[in-house]
Design a binder for this molecule. Sequence first.
Ligand code: SF4
Length: 326
Amino acid sequence: MNQTVEQWDFPQRDIQIGISQCLLGDKVRFDGGHKQSRFCTDTLGQFVNFVPVCPEMGTGMGTPREAIRLVDREELGVRVEGNRTGDDYTEALTQFSERAVERLPHLGGYILLGKSPSCGMERVKVYRTNGHLSDVRRSGVFAEKLLERYPSLPVEEVGRLNDPILRESFLTRVFAYSTWQQIQQEGMTPGKLIEFHTQYKPILMAHNQQGYRDLGAWLAGVDKENIEQKAEQYLPKFMAILKQPASRKNHTNVLMHMQGYLKRFLASRERRLLSQTIDQYRTGALPLIAPLVLMRHLFQVHGCDYSGNYRYLFPYPEPLAINEQP
Ligand code: SF4
């Protein structure tokens, strides 16, 4: 059966995204300020529900408060200490973080404020006891617990969402992960698992062709007996492929493959235009959005009987593709 683009509209606000609370404009920072991200509040917020967490407020530190940092105390490990007083907040922050992440299994993604000793995803500075910077970089305390507890969850720092490729990767993973969660809630079956894999075929291929083939081969033995185990093992493999950067060469292959589906519907002028646009993308003369927009238009006009094409052309709601700064 042909599917129209409208059938693939994402249900608005069903997706729950965890977020460092200061990014929503709440004045929870140590200095009484916030770090509002307009991309999050004004754009992404139209399509998802945010679940705000401020780990430092959660431990009862209040605002304004003393700034904290990570300090390598060697035999005592890395501690969280007040910049001025040297007060040790490690236990309070760790215990809050462990409790908080247990309450978040419904999330479809997480956006963190970078550099924070609580929320930073990676490369957070660690100091030596003499006050100098150490060579070690690590995650903030809350972020570490989050990543440990949900290794497949799409997690990104807000600053990295400035990069269009990282933003696209994050959004694609969020909407794929949330789709997966919805299927899991409704009850996974071998048929639904295969259908999910088929829908994401072009996207997987754009990220890693061999990875897609290997995952498909691994999936071949799925049945009613092993579905629970297979589904549990499938998700981390699937998310690991999506985390790899998609290449121009792979996108070109996918576009040419999809062109094959469309060919029989197109007039010769349309066919030529599509071939030229894909080729200009292949050589770097055009960005990916050019063949995508043209294909979206052609699929909208002519329809298509393969759902994977729609997932590739519309991996997340279209307004989110607009290049706004977080
Ligand atoms: S602890 Fe996290 S949410 Fe709270 S102010 Fe710091 S970065 Fe923002």
